[in-house]
Design a protein around this ligand. Structure first.
Ligand code: EAX
Length: 322
């Protein structure tokens, strides 16, 4: 069929008006695209575009391109960035109710942590974000955090004494690590590799997926599988941006986040399964038989503080959750 010039003009106008119907939003992470966090936002972005019929497109940014986690969360709260995917490290500065999740040795294993977050305790906690200008779309996962440093093997808590360690900007972590005698330096994640390389700090602590994707084996020779804290991640959206969505699109964003979390958790499991062998092959000394009871005992004074701050009953509710 041949189009006359007028028909062709109408067609191109109609097509271009379809193009105008698409809204682009930004989401950022502080790790590389090839990581458990990268796969989370890539899946999320794909699912949003598919589930909204292309009405929404999510532009993905990696490696702290839009700033560290705290800056990105702040930008989402202000509305200068619609979305962020972040560890809960800096989150207590915005939503203090989440602090309890950072208490060391609170979770038995990933299955326990995922069950708590996906169950009533975690779902109720997501509602606390609304009053602070966020829509928390879904919990996701960073993983169990382990200690790395450039100085020495860490087999017992005493080996931590005097180490200069980078920490997240998280009050619970800072108090706990001081309890080990660590000299703590809170720092945004994008600065960590350089700080380790230059020796500004001796070490840091992160889940295997982060240690691997950030290539910390290039600047850290000692890893101890302390698993001292379980670190969730979270999909956050600016509340006003979420509220403007139609009911169907709200569901699309929430479902897309759930798909992102599924892919994220699968990648954490993959990285955890092969991470130690990979790091050993790269010359990292891995202490994989840490006596956790000794590390728990070393934190007894700090834990007494946490029980006062959060309530023993609330901590036990999480600890005992099946
Ligand atoms: O990308 O700041 C941190 O250590 C967090 O684990 C972050 O998610 C790393």
């Amino acid at each position: 069929m041949k189009f006359g010039p007028i028909a062709a003009a109408c067609l191109s106008l109609a097509l271009s008006s379809v193009a105008f119907a698409q809204t682009t939003m930004k989401i950022s992470i502080s790790t590389a695209q090839n990581s458990h966090q990268g796969v989370a936002i890539d899946t999320f972005a794909k699912e949003v575009e598919k589930r909204t019929g292309g009405r929404y497109k999510v532009q993905t940014f990696y490696n702290g391109a839009l700033g560290g986690e705290r800056e990105s969360i702040e930008a989402v709260q202000l509305g200068t960035q619609e979305l962020a995917f972040s560890s809960t490290g800096p989150v207590p500065n915005f939503v203090p109710e989440t602090k309890i999740l950072d208490v060391p040795f609170l979770f038995r294993d990933k299955a326990h942590a995922r069950a708590v977050l996906d169950g009533p305790i975690g779902q109720e906690m997501l509602t606390k974000f609304d009053a602070k200008g966020f829509k928390a779309l879904a919990w996701a996962e960073n993983g169990f955090r382990h200690m790395t440093n450039s100085k020495r093997d860490v087999k017992v808590p005493e080996d931590l004494k005097g180490l200069k360690m980078r920490t997240m900007e998280n009050p619970v972590h800072i108090a706990a690590y001081k309890g080990f005698g660590i000299i703590t330096t809170p720092m945004a994640f994008p600065e960590v590799f350089t700080a380790l390389q230059q020796g500004t700090v001796d070490g840091q602590e992160n889940p295997l997926p982060v240690i691997i994707s950030a290539k910390f084996d290039q600047v850290q020779k000692h890893l101890s599988l302390t698993g001292h804290v379980y670190s969730p991640c979270i999909f956050l959206m600016n509340k006003a941006s979420f509220d403007k969505l139609s009911a169907a699109d709200k569901t699309a964003f929430l479902e897309a986040a759930k798909e992102g979390t599924k892919a994220n958790r699968a990648r954490v499991d993959e990285d955890d399964a092969k991470g130690v062998a990979d790091l050993r092959a790269k010359g990292v000394t891995v202490i994989d038989n840490v006596d956790k009871a000794k590390f728990v005992a070393a934190l007894a004074p700090v834990n007494a503080q946490f029980e006062k701050e959060f309530g023993k009953a609330n901590l036990d509710k999480i600890r005992d959750y099946k």
